[in-house]
Design a protein around this ligand. Structure first.
Ligand code: THU
Length: 130
């Protein structure tokens, strides 16, 4: 099954009673294992936790430390765009050339990369004088 199909399936489990906007994410880690995430909202913080963040949390809890590919899917008019915070979280574990597949539930797919999503990102090199 493709990573987009994994993301499509886990999206069904999203807890999004406030936005009604369900998102699914699936990633392949350095070990080859696939980790899944969906958005989880709550009454105090209705924006909740993004699907991408959920998949990354599952990956870290599973003992993996790198992302080799990631896919995100939502029922949106065009392929869903990860929020700024999620772009930084993905970049923490992925090199710039890692493929990011953004998809709609009706089959529109946009392929991009971590570097394209987060150009000029802050990294540890900026702290090399410390
Ligand atoms: N959301 C994600 O899970 N991922 C994205 O890339 C964009 C937004 C979620 C957060 C919130 O639960 C809902 O979509 C509306 O912002």
């Amino acid at each position: 099954m493709s990573l987009v199909e994994d993301a499509r399936r886990v999206r069904e489990n999203a807890h999004a009673p406030y936005s009604k906007f369900k998102v699914g994410a699936a990633l392949i880690a350095g070990s080859g294992k696939v980790y899944l995430g969906c958005n989880v909202e709550n009454v105090a913080y209705p924006e909740g936790t993004c699907a991408e963040a959920g998949a990354i949390a599952a990956m870290v809890a599973g003992g993996d430390t790198s992302i080799t590919e990631i896919a995100v899917i939502a029922d949106s008019p065009k392929p869903v765009s990860p929020c700024g915070g999620c772009r930084q979280k993905i970049a923490e574990f992925a090199s710039g050339d890692v493929r990011v597949t953004l998809a709609t539930t009706d089959g529109v797919v946009h392929q991009t990369t971590v570097a394209a999503l987060l150009p000029g990102s802050f990294d540890a090199d900026y702290m090399s004088r410390v």
